[in-house]
Design a protein around this ligand. Structure first.
Ligand SMILES: Cc1cc2nc3c(=O)[nH]c(=O)nc-3n(C[C@H](O)[C@H](O)[C@H](O)COP(=O)(O)O)c2cc1C
Length: 332
C-alpha cells in the first residue's frame, strides 16, 4: 500500500501530520513523534498580539504599529504566559530543523494585514517548509459586515504571499456564510492550501462566581463530520488548493474518511495529547492495513473518491439530505 501524499509542496510518506500545539515545544517529544513516523509537524502559533507586545516593550520606533494593537494587547496574557516569545519561536524552528528530518510548518495567528506579518519571512528563513495562517476571529461588532472580515483575511494572505516563497495554508473557522466562494477567493489571493477547521474555544459560565470560564477541551471524534462535509464540497470543485483536516481525527478510519472526502493530509493533536506520540505509528500502521482491506493501492487512488465532484448542485444535495434525515427520524 502506497501511503504517500503531497501537501503544500511537500512529498509526505503518509497523510498524518502533527497539528499546531505545544507538542512542538519539547525537542524530546518531537523526536518521539518523528520516531513514531509523523509525516510533518506544525508549530504552535506565533500570535499577532504577542509580536505587538514584544515590539511595544523593545522598540519605541515601532509605536505606529503598537497603537493599532493597544486595546487588543491589553486583554492578552502577559509575555511570560506565552510558551515561546517571537525570538525563541524562530530559534525553536532552527533547533527542530537541525534535530529532525521531517518538515516543520510554521504558524502565524492574527487578524490584521500589518507589520507583524514580517515574521512570515523570518519563519521561512528559520527553516520552515510551509506556513499556516490562522485567522481566528470572533466578529462581534455589529458595524462590521462579513465582507470586511473576509477582505482582511484575503489581505493577510496577499501580504504573506508577497513576503515568502514557501507554500501557505489558511486555517479557518467554518463560520463563513458562503464558504465555497471564500475558498475560491483565498485561492485567487495566493493560498496554497486550507486547513479545516479551527476549533473555537467556547467559554462556559460559572453561575455562582458570575465568571466566564474560558476552558479549552480536547476534541471529540464527532467533530470530524463537519470537516468531511467541507472537504467533500471543496475538493469536488477541482481547485488546486491542498486540503487538510484538523478536528476529530483519532483513528485510521478517520484518516480514510478525510482522504476519501478529499484531504491531502490530516492533522492530529488531541489524539496525540491523549495517547502519546506513539499513537501516530498506531494510526499509520492501521491506515495501511485498512486501506489494503478496502482494496486501495495508493492514497492518491482513495483521495476524493467520496467528494461531491459529480454532484451538480451540492447545496440542493445537502438540503435534500437534510429534509430526508428529519423526515426519517423515529422515536426509539
Ligand atoms: C493544547 C492545544 C494547543 C493548540 N495550539 C494551537 C495553536 O497555537 N495554533 C493553532 O492554529 N491551533 C492550535 N490548536 C488547535 C489544533 O491545532 C487543532 O486544530 C485542534 O486541536 C483540532 O484538532 P484535534 O481534534 O486533532 O485536536 C491547539 C490545540 C490544543 C489542544
Amino acid at each position: 500500500m502506497d501511503l504517500t501524499t503531497t501537501y503544500l509542496g511537500l512529498r509526505l510518506p503518509h497523510p498524518i501530520v502533527v497539528g499546531a500545539s505545544p507538542l512542538c515545544d519539547d525537542l524530546d517529544t518531537v523526536r518521539r513523534l518523528e520516531d513514531a513516523g509523523a509525516a510533518a509537524i506544525v508549530m504552535h502559533s506565533l500570535f499577532e498580539e504577542q509580536i505587538a507586545r514584544d515590539w511595544r516593550r523593545t522598540a519605541s520606533d515601532l509605536e505606529s504599529h503598537v497603537d493599532a494593537f493597544a486595546e487588543a494587547t491589553s486583554l492578552l496574557p502577559e509575555p511570560r504566559e506565552f510558551r515561546l516569545g517571537p525570538d525563541e519561536y524562530l530559534e525553536q524552528i532552527r533547533r527542530l530543523r537541525a534535530a529532525i528530518a521531517m518538515p516543520v510548518i510554521g504558524s502565524l495567528n492574527g487578524v490584521t494585514a500589518s507589520g507583524w506579518l514580517d515574521y512570515a519571512r523570518s519563519i521561512q528563513e528559520a527553516g520552515a517548509s510551509a506556513l499556516e495562517l490562522n485567522t481566528y476571529y470572533v466578529a462581534s461588532d455589529p458595524g462590521e459586515d462579513g465582507a470586511s472580515v473576509e477582505r482582511r483575511t484575503l489581505d493577510i494572505v496577499r501580504a504573506v504571499k508577497r513576503a515568502v516563497t514557501i507554500p501557505i495554508a489558511v486555517k479557518l473557522s467554518p463560520f463563513f456564510s458562503a464558504f465555497a466562494h471564500f475558498a475560491a477567493e483565498l485561492e485567487a489571493a495566493g493560498a496554497d492550501g486550507l486547513v479545516l477547521f479551527n476549533r473555537f474555544y467556547q467559554p462556559d459560565i460559572d453561575v455562582v462566581e458570575l465568571e466566564a470560564r474560558p476552558e479549552h477541551h480536547l476534541s471529540e471524534r464527532s467533530e470530524l463530520l463537519l470537516r468531511l462535509r467541507w472537504l467533500a464540497i471543496l475538493s469536488g470543485q477541482q481547485r488546486r488548493l491542498d486540503l487538510a483536516a484538523t478536528g476529530g481525527v483519532y483513528e485510521a478510519l478517520d484518516v480514510v474518511k478525510a482522504v476519501m472526502a478529499g484531504a491531502h493530509a490530516v492533522q492530529m493533536v488531541s489524539a496525540v495529547l491523549r495517547h502519546g506520540p506513539g499513537h501516530v505509528r498506531v494510526v499509520r500502521d492501521d491506515l495501511a492495513r485498512l486501506a489494503d482491506e478496502l482494496g486501495y493501492h495508493a492514497m492518491t487512488e482513495m483521495r476524493g473518491c467520496m467528494n461531491l465532484a459529480r454532484c451538480p448542485d451540492a447545496s440542493a444535495f445537502e438540503r435534500a439530505n437534510y429534509v430526508r434525515v428529519l423526515q426519517s427520524w423515529r422515536d426509539e
